[in-house]
Design a binder for this molecule. Structure first.
Ligand code: SF4
Ligand code: FES
Length: 255
């Protein structure tokens, strides 16, 4: 396949960026989008030009690094598919494809298509974990978990922290990500003791990092490569509301 790429190039976070045009020649339709970018970069390097910077790691849809907006849609618009799992056969011969980075105040651009998603790490550090007593080994099945609960927790735990939900949201809200992280822990018995502190701390950090508010447009769910449901945002709101209420009652010395 032969394609034309319009790619966002930006030297660093302080510089102005602009779209640049490249030709992608002799692309195998079975290549992934990232492999196609590799081919373009090899050509640029051969010509002594600066290759296009983009993020990737696993290239199999599990790490969340491949943060690309392709033809205006985070991850390219194929349901349940990360940019690294998107294949070139989904594009037309001769097509012009635009490639841009995530754009959100909380995800500043580092270079070209690479943005700094450290804000997500700081939200996880604020409470996205279970404090573990590493004493003796716990017997298997000593904490029974209902099948419906384990299924729902597993659905939420599929979030790979890619940030597409933020990139797609007109408010750059991180609610879908935070709701998935809070839910998968709050649903399981191991996560319940810290659920209030977790909800308060993670939501506070989300706000401090500069993410916008959720107005339930659903664009986050539409682009999420792990098909995280908007229902988890409802659960997050309930978790957060209960935590605020309990916190207030405790401060007033009530029960
Ligand atoms: S909720 Fe979906 S889109 Fe958002 S970070 Fe998690 S996997 Fe990515
Ligand atoms: S590179 Fe890991 S999910 Fe795409």
């Amino acid at each position: 396949m032969n394609l034309t790429l319009k790619v966002w190039r930006q030297k660093d976070g302080a510089s102005q960026g602009q779209m640049a045009t490249y030709e992608a020649r002799d692309i195998n339709p079975d290549m992934s989008f990232l492999e196609m970018l590799d081919v373009v970069n090899e050509t640029l390097i051969t010509k002594g030009e600066d290759p296009i910077a983009f993020d990737s790691d696993c290239r199999e849809g599990i790490c969340g690094a491949c943060s690309l907006v392709i033809n205006g849609v985070a991850h390219g618009g194929h349901r349940g598919t990360t940019a690294c799992q998107l294949h070139m056969r989904h594009f037309k011969e001769g097509e012009t494809i635009t490639v841009e980075p995530w754009r959100a105040r909380a995800f500043p651009i580092v270079k070209d298509l690479v943005s700094d998603r450290g804000a997500f790490d700081r939200i996880i550090q604020a409470g996205g974990f279970v404090s573990v007593n590493t004493g003796g080994t716990v017997d298997a099945n000593c904490l029974p978990v209902a099948k419906t609960d384990s299924d729902e927790a597993m659905d939420a735990a599929q979030c790979i922290g890619c940030g597409a939900c933020v990139a797609a949201c007109k408010n750059a809200s991180a609610m879908l990500f935070v709701s998935a992280k809070i839910s998968h822990l709050a649903i399981l018995p191991q996560g319940k003791p810290e659920r209030d502190r977790r909800a308060l701390s993670m939501v506070r950090t989300m706000d401090e990092e500069g993410f916008g508010n959720c107005t339930v447009t659903g664009s986050c769910e539409a682009v999420c490569p792990k098909e995280i449901s908007l229902d988890f945002i409802g659960r997050l709101n309930r978790e957060y509301g209960k935590a605020i209420l309990k916190n207030r009652i405790e401060r007033q010395g009530g029960d």
